[in-house]
Design a protein around this ligand. Structure first.
Ligand code: GLN
Length: 477
C-alpha cells in the first residue's frame, strides 16, 4: 500500500488500528521524494532524521495504548517563506540561503501541537514574487503531470509535493494567487482564506496587507482538517480576527444550508479560451443538478485589478525587504569599505532580477512626488474593488471563476516577459485585494493538464466555500 497517497482520515484510522506505523508513512514519503524529486525539485530542504524521530514518538504513543489526534503523525511540507525552528528558511532567495529559523511560525506551532510532522521546506519564487517558481534562486519546480511544464507559483513546490505524494498536505502562502494557481496547475485543492483568518506571524512578508497562509491538499476534507487547526486569533499577529473558528470538518458534515446562489462575474469570462470555458460550464452543470442557482453578476472595477494589485504589493514589498540589507539577516558582502558599499554589494549579489524589479517599482510609487498619483490612488481603487464584491455578495452566496486563464505553461515560455506573467494573475488578484476566502477546486483536464475553478465566499465565510468544494468533489470524482 502506498501510504503517501492516503488522506488524513485514512492515515489516522490506519494508525489507530495499528495497520501500519507512523515510521512507515514517513518512509513512504521519503522514498517518493528520493525517487521523484531529483526531477521535480519540489523541495529545497528535507529533514529525514527529524521527521523519523517524530514518527517514532507517535508510534510509541500508539504502542502504549494512548489515543492520537487526527493530525498526529501526518507528514506535511512547508513553503520556504514560513519559519520552522532549526530548519532553513530561504524564501527562495540567495540572500537567505544560509538562514536558519530561530523559532516556529504560529501555524507551525499549532500543527506541531496537533502532532503533524514537517518533512521539508518547499521551493517558491523568491519572496513569493512570481507565478511559476522560475523566480526561485534555486531552480524551477517542474509539474509532476508533465516535466516540461511549470508547477505554477509562487507555491509551486508545495503543490508539486502534494500531488506527487511526497507528503499528505502542504502549507502555502498566497498574496495574489500563490496557493490557488499552483493548486490549479497541479490538480489539487488550495485554500486562500480570509485575510486575518490565519496568523502571519513567522512568515517572511511579501505584502503584509495581502499575505495569507493556507492549506493545500488532495481533498476538501483534508483542507478542512488542517484549516481548523491553523486558523484563529493570535496575539502575535494583530491583524488576525477575534472571531471563533468553527471545526470545519464538523460543519461540512452537519450544517444544512438552503441551496446556494452562485454568481458568475461577466468580466471574468470575456474572451476566455473555449476549452477552459467548456470545463467551467460543465462544472456549473454539476452545481445546477445539485440545486444551486447560477446567475450572472458584474464586478465593474475588475479591469483595474492587476494595476492596483501590482502597485500596492510592490510598494509593501519594497518596504518589507528593506530589512534584508546585509546587516542583520542573511548574506553579508565581505570586507565592505563603508555602509553603502555593504548594502549595495549584499543586495546586488543576494537579490535576483525579479526581486530588484519589484523593489524599484515599489520604491518609485512610494516616493514623494509619485505617492499621490500611484500608491494613494491605488488604495482608493482597492476600496472600489472591495465595494464591488460587497455588492455582489448581497445578491449571491458564492462567486465562481476559473483560477487561471490557461493550464500549466512550458518552463521558460514566459520568463522573459514579466508583464505577460503579471497579466495572467487576472482571476486571482481581485479576491486578494478584497481579502476574501477562495479555494481552487480541480474540475477538469485540457489534454493531460489539470484545470481549476475558484470558489469564493463572503468575508470569513470559509465554510460556504468548503461546502461547495465538497459538493462538487463528491459529484465529480
Ligand atoms: N503571481 C502573483 C505575484 O507575483 C502572486 C504571488 C503570491 O501570491 N505570492 O505577485
Amino acid at each position: 500500500m502506498s501510504l503517501n497517497l492516503l488522506s488524513i482520515e485514512e492515515l489516522h484510522d490506519g494508525l489507530a488500528a495499528k495497520k501500519f506505523s507512523c515510521r512507515e508513512i514517513i518512509e513512504d514519503c521519503l522514498k517518493c521524494i528520493k525517487e521523484k524529486d531529483g526531477e521535480i525539485h519540489a523541495f529545497l530542504s528535507v529533514y529525514p532524521e527529524m521527521a523519523l524521530k517524530c514518527a517514532d514518538e507517535v508510534d510509541s504513543k500508539i504502542k502504549a495504548g494512548e489515543m492520537i489526534g487526527l493530525l498526529e503523525g501526518i507528514p506535511f511540507s512547508v513553503k520556504d517563506v514560513i519559519l520552522v525552528e532549526d530548519m532553513s528558511a530561504t524564501a527562495g532567495s540567495k540572500i537567505l540561503e544560509f538562514f536558519v529559523a530561530p523559532y516556529d511560525a504560529t501555524v507551525i506551532k499549532r500543527l506541531k501541537e496537533a502532532g503533524a510532522i514537517v518533512i521539508g521546506k518547499t521551493n517558491c519564487d523568491a519572496y513569493g514574487f512570481g507565478s511559476s517558481t522560475e523566480n526561485s534562486d534555486f531552480g524551477v519546480t517542474k509539474n509532476p503531470h508533465d516535466l516540461t511544464k511549470v508547477a505554477g507559483g509562487s507555491s509551486g513546490g508545495a503543490a508539486a509535493s502534494v500531488v506527487s505524494g511526497m507528503c499528505t498536505f502542504a502549507l502555502g502562502e498566497d498574496t495574489g494567487g500563490s496557493i490557488r494557481q499552483p493548486a490549479s496547475f497541479c490538480g489539487i485543492y488550495g485554500f486562500k482564506v480570509s485575510y486575518g483568518r490565519v496568523s502571519r506571524y513567522g512568515s517572511i512578508a511579501y505584502a503584509s496587507s495581502f499575505d495569507s497562509i493556507g492549506p493545500m491538499a488532495r481533498s476538501t476534507r483534508d483542507i478542512a482538517i488542517v484549516l481548523s487547526v491553523i486558523a484563529g486569533n493570535d496575539s502575535l499577529d494583530a491583524t488576525t480576527v477575534p472571531d471563533l473558528v468553527p471545526d470545519y470538518l464538523v460543519e461540512l458534515e452537519t450544517k444544512k444550508d438552503k441551496p446556494k446562489k452562485i454568481g458568475l462575474p461577466k468580466e471574468y469570462f470575456n474572451g476566455l479560451d473555449t476549452k477552459t470555458t467548456a470545463i467551467i460550464d460543465s462544472a456549473l452543470e454539476v452545481f445546477r443538478r445539485k440545486g444551486y442557482e447560477v446567475v450572472e453578476i458584474s464586478l465593474p472595477h475588475t479591469k483595474y485589478a492587476i494595476a492596483c494589485y501590482y502597485l500596492l504589493v510592490t510598494s509593501e514589498a519594497s518596504s518589507n525587504l528593506a530589512r534584508l540589507d546585509g546587516v542583520r539577516f542573511g548574506y553579508r558582502a565581505p570586507d565592505p569599505t563603508n555602509l553603502e558599499d555593504l548594502y549595495k554589494r549584499s543586495r546586488t549579489y543576494g537579490f535576483g532580477p525579479e526581486v530588484k524589479r519589484r523593489i524599484i517599482l515599489g520604491t518609485f510609487s512610494l516616493s514623494s512626488g509619485y505617492f499621490d498619483a500611484y500608491y494613494k490612488r491605488a488604495q482608493k481603487v482597492r476600496t472600489l474593488i472591495r465595494e464591488d464584491f460587497k455588492k455582489a455578495f448581497e445578491e449571491v452566496d458564492l462567486i465562481i471563476t476559473p483560477t487561471s486563464p490557461f493550464p500549466a505553461f512550458s518552463v521558460g515560455e514566459k520568463v522573459d516577459d514579466p508583464l505577460t506573467m503579471y497579466l495572467a494573475d487576472i482571476f486571482t488578484v481581485g479576491f486578494s485585494l478584497a481579502g476574501l476566502p477562495t479555494i481552487n477546486v480541480p474540475c477538469g483536464l485540457i489534454g493531460h493538464l489539470p484545470v481549476g475553478m475558484q470558489i469564493t465566499a463572503s468575508y470569513l465565510n470559509e465554510t460556504s466555500a468548503l461546502k461547495a468544494s465538497l459538493d462538487f468533489e463528491q459529484s465529480h470524482t
